[in-house]
Design a protein around this ligand. Structure first.
Ligand code: BGC
Length: 349
């Protein structure tokens, strides 16, 4: 573990922590509890496996949510409104008529406090007052990043609120394991038989569709670019993959499970040319596959290059988008006084 401090042009102080496995190094920032970089050591140098900004001041507004710890609630809430225990709450409409990633005041833009560091882990904490971003309850949130000897980045989320509220944090890292500037040649496998179509506004309404016979099918490893522009309504709406998959949770992974929390295989990303690989495991029911369709070549990345359209893929583990408005989906609700936990693992080789 190494720790350093730097100051942004705005005068904001940021702490950066390096945590290392055998070949993987993860850099995390106190600003947003953001994953700034994940590198893989190869004979001839370190390779970046995620997208990040060259200009660190961009993390203050993080326009593309690079490496962001999105909390309290990741993804969309339809109509920017929900009802909990008979009371209706209004959120910011920052995505058309809907709320995306908790709005412009998301915890991913705030300063988190480093509470614990060990040789290979760091824990960030933040207090979120009652009514923050429109959500009920005074909340205490923690996120712990740990890198293991076998090069897994384990992300543990914890939240506690004084009254019932929503809790659905996710990590928004964009992965690109290869040397191509886009993710189209990446091979992706997702352990899901179904996805939740979102229609024109990407708001699932309870429909659950089979991936079978559609370009949404990643049950067997398939090139991301192979069917991304297929004539398929759901893909046309979003200009590429930007959908929630219903994870099968068929294969429990005991290695990364904890006593009271199992994690299951969710996805695998592979780069054929370099052989680099990433497995994803999670305790959560959903996975948003987002292929960077809104990236537009206007920011410079960690390799000094402009990051193009579809420059990386996010594999965001989560409760389903808009779940709070769809009773048949598992609810991202935590009870007042109880601690909610989830775990997601990205393992590199
Ligand atoms: C969403 C995209 C959105 C992106 C913002 C993703 O989680 O699914 O629709 O544009 O976040 O970076």
């Amino acid at each position: 573990m190494k720790k350093e401090k730097f100051t942004l042009p705005s005068g904001r102080e940021v702490e950066r922590v390096y945590i290392k496995g055998t070949k993987v190094t993860v850099k995390v920032l106190s600003l947003g509890a953001t994953v700034e970089d994940i590198t893989y050591e190869e004979g001839n140098g370190d390779r970046h496996l995620v997208l990040g900004y060259e200009d660190k001041s961009l993390y203050e507004t993080n326009p593309y949510y690079f490496g962001a710890c999105v909390a309290r609630v990741g993804n969309r809430i339809g109509g920017a409104r929900f009802t909990l225990n008979g009371k209706t709450y209004d959120l910011e409409k920052n995505d058309g008529n809907n709320n995306l990633h908790s709005g412009k005041d998301c915890l991913c833009f705030r300063d988190w406090k480093i509470s614990t560091v060990t040789d290979n882990s760091v824990t960030f904490e933040i207090e979120s007052p009652d009514g923050d971003m429109g959500f009920p309850g005074e909340m205490h949130l923690c996120v712990t990043y740990t890198v293991t000897e076998d090069d897994a980045l384990i992300i543990d989320y914890e939240g506690k609120s004084d009254v019932d509220t929503l809790f659905n944090p996710t990590n928004h890292s964009y992965f690109n394991l290869g040397e191509d500037t886009t993710i189209l040649s990446g091979m992706l496998k997702v352990d899901a038989e179904c996805f939740t179509p979102g229609g024109k506004e990407s708001i699932p309404d309870g429909d659950i569709c089979s991936v079978s016979g559609t370009p949404m099918d990643f049950r067997a490893s398939c090139k991301i670019g192979y069917r991304i522009d297929a004539d398929f309504e759901e893909l046309k709406y979003t200009g590429g993959y930007d959908h929630n998959y219903v994870l099968s949770h068929k294969d429990v992974c005991k290695r990364y499970s904890q006593e009271n929390m199992d994690v299951f295989f969710a996805a695998e990303l592979h780069d054929d040319k370099t052989g680099r690989n990433m497995e994803v495991y999670t305790s959560l029911p959903g996975l948003q596959v987002y292929t960077g369709n809104f990236l537009k070549g206007d920011v410079t990345g960690l390799k000094g290059e402009k990051i193009p359209h579809r420059g990386g893929v996010c594999l965001e583990t989560q409760y389903f988008p808009n779940a709070i408005n769809v009773p048949r989906f598992a609810q991202p609700v935590i009870k007042g006084g109880e601690t909610a936990k989830s775990r997601t693992v990205y393992r590199f080789s």
